[in-house]
Ligand binder design. Structure first.
Ligand code: C2E
Ligand code: CA
Ligand code: CA
Length: 544
């Protein structure tokens, strides 16, 4: 248990006690002053009265004074007693009030656990006791993943009961050397001093998990709750509670992105990644809002027919130049766009621009070259996907047959039926469908039979080992053969060497894409390359 000074927030109310005491002393002083002035006046009065007509001082009669003095002494005594009573009463009531106010402000009424403000107060006001002050702390942020469902399906009253149960279970399972706070609805924070006896993080996490092992029973239902835990170790006790909570929440964010992970230990790298991602996210938003469209541009990598070497298609590859971070690799910004729910809008911008390029190709006499566009799984799953594609193609004025969409195996295999219906709808319009990165996922060629696609793109990892590893060469050859049997074209991607190209050509692979032929190029460079090529071809034809 972390040692806190006994001084607590409600002690602020004790400021009233010295004030009351001072007032009491002042009251007493006031009475004594009155008494003294009275004594002085009476003595003087008695003296004046005792002066006889000859001006001689006679016997002074002090009986009136004595009477008054004893009355004054009596009333002063009463005043002192009353003041003491007032101090005692106000002290007790203030103490109680202070405690009540403290409980109200710093304790959660539902679980009886200290709340976030209490955590902040302890941490920020530096009121840890000397012993605890110099110890590193381990902070666990516990988040229940599917609690919201209970609130939504069974209502808040049941939700509250479950929260109470969670708190009780945590209190039961966790060692009393830790401090548990309720951070928000279904989040708890646990603070532990790091000493030689402190349980290792893994054991603490298994204790926390124990609290969630049994399903929660409510009404007639039972529900198992899963949790995520982010762990932060800090030696820097000068850092503020907000900073600690922020770091824990950054972890949580990452845990959400990688859904399979159950706990994450905070480190500097995560924070740097978080800032980098936030920057990229903001700049992507600027592109989407139309505030800074220049940052995003498209490159096109030619695809060559193996045999004739003619360019039969181009793959659209998005590029993003950050104001602050320079060029961002597509895997990075596309993943951020996916995680931040920006990919649908970004995908539409990319598709629109690719369709405009398809129009340009037609304008330059290359209307037969397909423009392939990568599509993320999230885009495919979107209910407006097909409508959006049709709308963008129609508005741009290019032909459906000029467009090809590259989809990945994982997207399709997870929700085969619904995706396949969409693919069929678009194929019927003339759009080609290509299965990207084939061989990296888990789909079998057999499954591909029933999938609405035209082409498989053999992943670069196969191509890298072709001609080097006998097994890979044999598998690649087999895949090409089988794909042809079920009526699919095969594109090999990442072709870098002559020997790979020769192997692929010998095994009847249809199309190749890779640095051996071209790197991704700017649209204008592609247009001029195609123009030169067609001129050269024309010259060859003219000459023959
Ligand atoms: P991908 O669709 O598999 O794209 C092929 C990647 O291989 C591209 O990388 C391309 O530049 C690279 N590549 C092509 N030939 C060679 C080669 O001979 N050697 C090597 N080493 N690499 C080669 P890039 O442009 O960095 O794109 C990476 C990934 O980013 C793409 O993989 C795709 O998954 C994603 N991506 C790119 N643009 C978009 C987009 O507009 N939308 C979506 N959803 N994803 C995109
Ligand atoms: Ca691709
Ligand atoms: Ca690929």
């Amino acid at each position: 248990m972390i040692k806190y000074h006994k001084k607590m927030k409600h002690e602020k109310y004790h400021i009233l006690i010295p004030i009351t005491a001072t007032m009491a002393i002042l009251t007493l002083l006031f009475f004594f002053m009155i008494g003294w002035i009275n004594e002085y006046t009476i003595r003087a009065d008695a003296m004046i009265r005792s002066i006889d007509s000859y001006g001689e001082l006679g016997n002074i009669n002090l009986s009136a004074y004595d009477n008054l003095t004893s009355r004054l002494a009596f009333w002063s005594g009463i005043a002192v007693l009353a003041t003491i009573m007032v101090i005692i009463v106000s002290f007790t009531s203030l103490k109680r009030k202070g405690r009540d106010v403290f409980r109200l402000a710093y304790y959660d009424a539902l679980t009886n656990l200290p709340n976030t403000d209490c955590f902040k107060f302890y941490w920020d006001d530096g009121i840890l006791e000397e012993e605890s002050l110099h110890m590193s702390k381990i902070i666990y942020l516990i988040n229940t993943v599917n609690f919201k469902l209970i609130n939504m399906t069974s209502g808040y009253r049941i939700g509250d009961e479950v929260i109470k149960e969670i708190a009780n279970r945590l209190k039961y399972h966790l060692p009393n050397t830790t401090d548990l706070f309720r951070l928000s609805a279904d989040r708890f924070i646990l603070v532990q001093d790091q000493t030689v006896d402190t349980l290792p993080i893994s054991e603490m996490i298994s204790l926390i998990s124990k609290a969630f092992k049994e399903p929660f029973k409510f009404q007639d239902a039972t529900k198992k709750l899963s949790i995520q835990v982010s762990v932060l170790t800090t030696k820097d006790l000068n850092c503020k509670s907000d900073d600690i909570l922020r770091k824990c929440l950054i972890d949580m964010d990452h845990l959400k992105v990688s859904r399979d992970q159950k706990h994450l230990i905070y480190n500097r790298e995560i924070e740097e990644t978080f800032y980098r991602e936030s920057l990229i996210e903001n700049e992507l938003r600027e592109v989407i809002d139309g505030r800074d469209t220049e940052r995003l541009h498209l490159m096109y990598q030619p695809q060559h027919a193996l045999g004739s070497s003619a360019v039969v298609g181009v793959e659209t590859l998005a590029r993003f130049d950050s104001k602050h971070l320079g060029t961002i690799p597509p895997q990075e910004f596309i993943t951020i766009a996916e995680n931040k729910q920006l990919i649908i809008q970004l995908g539409k911008i990319i598709l629109k621009s690719a369709c405009d390029f398809a129009c340009k190709l037609t304008e330059f006499g290359h209307g037969d070259i397909r423009v392939a566009v990568n599509v993320s799984a999230i885009q495919l799953l979107d209910e407006h996907f097909t409508d959006d594609v049709v709308d963008i193609v129609r508005r741009s004025g290019c032909k459906f047959t000029q467009l090809e969409l590259e989809i990945t195996e994982s997207a399709v295999m997870d929700t085969f039926e619904s995706i396949n219906t969409k693919l069929k709808y678009l194929r019927d319009l003339g759009i080609l469908m290509s299965l990207d990165d084939f061989g990296t996922g888990y789909s079998s060629l057999y499954r591909l039979q029933s999938l609405e696609i035209d082409t498989v793109k053999l992943d670069k990892r196969f191509i890298d080992d072709v001609g080097i590893q006998n097994e890979v060469s044999m598998i690649t050859a087999e895949i090409i053969k089988m794909a042809h049997i079920i009526g699919l074209n095969v594109v090999a991607e990442g072709v870098e060497t002559e020997s790979q190209a020769i192997f692929l050509q010998l095994n009847q692979c249809d199309i190749a894409q890779g640095y051996l032929f071209n790197k991704p190029m700017k649209p204008l460079d592609i247009l001029s390359m195609l123009t030169i090529e067609s001129l050269t071809t024309k010259e060859v034809f003219d000459a023959s």
